[in-house]
Design a protein around this ligand. Structure first.
Ligand SMILES: [Zn+2]
Length: 193
């Protein structure tokens, strides 16, 4: 059945879904309520067509400027630099004091992601125009996260104070999986690079 095969293929493209799970999910769709399936399909389309990146920080949001960038109560001369929106949201759960900058990835030698693939020019512009005094590098403590932090600290150290989250954790920690207490400590105990 070509239709079912197409659906299985669609599921297989999702992260963490192997062929067996994709097959199970595809068959389970057939048993779902018609209304539910329509709503699900619409949610997928809406997510893809209506969610965009904030023009200031690069976070995913449903308007031109995200709620965090609009928030006047945030510390205005410090930016937390993260790899993804997911990481910024993880930090939001620990503290809502700061503004962000989303790099949209990490530098990776293995995956051939070079610095020019990241959103670095916009970060440099923000540092200038918003008179930023401190950059908190909050990339994960994985190999790629560390490579990215090192690269950024090299190009930024003459412009601003650069600090790094104090993980106090084994190498390889993905920021999005850290609990809020650990994140809070990592931010308040950040180290100067
Ligand atoms: Zn924003």
């Amino acid at each position: 059945m070509k239709i079912l095969e197409n659906l299985i293929e669609s599921f297989e493209k999702l992260p963490g879904i192997g062929p067996k799970t994709a097959e199970r999910l595809a068959y389970s769709v057939l048993d779902l309520d018609d209304e539910y399936v329509k709503e699900f399909a619409q949610n997928l389309i809406d997510a893809k067509t209506k969610i965009k990146r904030c023009k200031i920080c690069g976070m995913y949001c449903d308007s031109d400027i995200c709620d965090v960038c609009k928030d006047k109560d945030r510390i205005s001369d410090t930016l937390i630099v993260v790899s993804s929106t997911k990481d910024a949201i993880a930090i939001e759960k620990a503290t809502k004091k700061y503004k962000y900058f989303v790099l949209n990835g990490n530098i990776s030698l293995l995956k051939n992601i070079t610095p020019d693939k990241l959103n670095i020019p916009l970060l440099l512009t923000r540092i200038e125009t918003e008179n930023i005094k401190e950059i908190i590098l909050a990339t994960s403590s994985t190999l790629d996260g560390e490579t990215t932090a090192r690269y950024l600290s090299n190009i930024l150290e003459n412009k601003v104070k650069v600090t790094r989250l104090a993980y106090g954790l084994p190498m390889g920690s993905e920021l999005e999986y850290l609990d809020t207490l650990t994140l809070e400590k990592a931010i308040s105990g950040r180290n100067k690079i």
